[in-house]
Write a protein that binds this ligand. Structure first.
Ligand SMILES: Cc1cc2nc3c(=O)[nH]c(=O)nc-3n(C[C@H](O)[C@H](O)[C@H](O)COP(=O)(O)O)c2cc1C
Length: 450
């Protein structure tokens, strides 16, 4: 069972208003010592990776302003997770680090250097969560004006990927690093190649700046499940991150994947899938449920609507709580709207239902109970949704993940679900997940090798 710990370097991640809780320890998100302890805890609990979501704007759509998100600390303020990774890698041996970076805000040339650097510094434990993003509050502040239309963002993303593959896979041919002091040659210029990329959005003639690390291309996550998002994932992703309210709904996405993979010319086993769950575990089912009830007294449903509005661009503030959500065309995050419309055709989600559901754990289920109960439920979800694992979220980071480590991990370990023993302790993240350190030969990035 692939286990990632879903997080974001923010005071409040996906349980809205929980910063008020007396056990919240809300400033921990900017304390490196905390993150180091946390990474070690997750590693010991058998997690394969920490998965950092990230955005570059305030959620400012709800009621026409950012006031609700700002007042509620709703994924704001934020730190840049990429800057924490070296320190976390130095404090751990095995756990991987998936970090979100947007192809709509970044330039491929420098992004390639940053991730290649981290591949060295983590000894092959870095992953990139490739996102196309959706916030006008980000593009405006980057001088990019309005959002590029939804599907065009993915066209641009495809070109972005061609550039980074050329930089990571195609710059240094085998034997490029000579380091022969007698011959006076450190690198063989004949074996260092330019990307030679001239496209619609990017012009990158030169060679990449960084020798490839243990993985070459960092392990590639992607999380966009609109039809165009799945098409992009089928071409590039090695692990795909879904979110859905029921196993049947996530199953619609896992069932759609093989046809997309076939069209992309990749085999069915080229991608691993995970889906998000929020886990509240305790010694007994009753104790866990009591904690969830306690959390429910601290949440803020307006902040949930502010998050949804920021994701989708749909401001529900003007609607009545009983209005039903519809699958209207949007330029924002289509997966987020889909979760409550086309992915869940048997249910009419009202604004009130949406706010109540999203207040704890946003678009995924809340799994609550003893270690045995949670493990049973994770097994059921994996089987019914057809996923390989989970992105595990929390209500209180400093409470729920230690509780997972204490109550759930031992049961998963006993049932043989944790892959701690499978690979050498110092292996790469890709090696741990797919069994090979570098891109598989059937991945399109491998075609850029010299
Ligand atoms: C489960 C999930 C997690 C995501 N995490 C992030 C994130 O951390 N940062 C971000 O900018 N976008 C994130 N996205 C957004 C996607 O990358 C993408 O921009 C968005 O979903 C729009 O594409 P879509 O319409 O294909 O879903 C996430 C999407 C999904 C489905």
């Amino acid at each position: 069972m692939l286990l990632c710990a879903l997080d974001m370097m923010v005071p409040t991640h996906q349980t809205t208003g929980i910063w008020r809780h007396p056990d919240a320890d809300v400033e921990q998100y900017r304390d490196l010592d905390f993150w180091i302890r946390h990474a070690r805890l997750l590693e010991a609990a058998g997690f394969d990776a920490m998965f950092f979501a990230d955005v570059a704007g305030v959620y400012d759509v709800f009621d026409g302003s950012g006031a609700t998100a700002i007042r509620e600390g709703m994924q704001y303020p934020m730190l840049d997770p990429l800057l924490a990774v070296s320190a976390l890698a130095a404090a751990t041996e095995r756990i991987g680090f998936g970090v979100t970076a947007s192809v709509s805000y970044e330039q491929p040339y420098l992004l390639a250097r940053r991730f290649a650097t981290l591949d060295h510094l983590t000894r092959g434990r870095i992953a990139w969560n490739i996102v196309t993003s959706y916030q006008r509050s980000a593009t405006e502040n980057l001088g990019l004006g309005d959002l590029v239309p939804h599907d065009e963002r993915y066209d641009r993303a495809d070109e972005f990927m061609d550039v980074v593959y050329a930089l990571w896979e195609g710059t240094f041919a085998p034997g490029a690093l000579v380091a022969d002091d007698e011959a006076g040659v450190y690198l063989d210029p004949e074996r260092v190649h330019g990307a030679g990329h001239e496209g619609r959005w990017f012009s990158v003639p030169g060679p990449g700046l960084t020798l490839p690390g243990p993985q070459g291309t960092p392990f590639l996550f992607q999380a966009g499940s609109s039809p165009r998002g799945l098409e992009f994932a089928a071409r590039h992703a090695e692990a795909l991150f879904f979110s859905g309210t029921t196993p049947e709904n996530v199953r619609r996405l896992t069932d759609a994947l093989p046809a997309h993979l076939e069209r992309a010319g990749r085999p069915w086993d080229a991608i691993r899938t995970i889906t998000s769950v929020t886990v509240v575990a305790a010694e007994t089912d009753d104790a866990a449920r009591a904690r969830l009830d306690d959390y429910a007294r601290h949440v803020d449903e307006d902040a949930a609507l502010a998050l949804f509005a920021g994701w989708t661009g749909l401001d529900l503030a003007a609607l009545s709580p009983d209005d039903v959500l519809e699958d209207v065309p949007i330029e924002g995050n289509r997966s987020a709207l889909q979760s409550f419309t086309s992915m869940d055709p048997d249910r009419a989600w009202t604004v009130r239902d949406l706010a109540a559901f999203m207040a704890i754990g946003a678009r995924g289920p809340v799994i609550v109970g003893s270690g045995e109960t949670v493990a049973d439920e994770l097994e059921r979800w994996a089987a019914e949704a057809g996923v390989d694992g989970f992105n595990v979220d929390y209500a209180l980071r400093g409470v729920d993940l230690p509780a997972f480590a204490e109550h759930v991990s031992p049961v998963l370990r006993e049932r043989g679900h944790l892959r701690e023993g499978d690979r050498p302790a110092s292996g790469t993240l890709r090696g741990r997940i797919l069994g090979t350190a570098t891109l598989r030969a059937d991945h399109p990035g491998a075609a850029f090798r010299r």
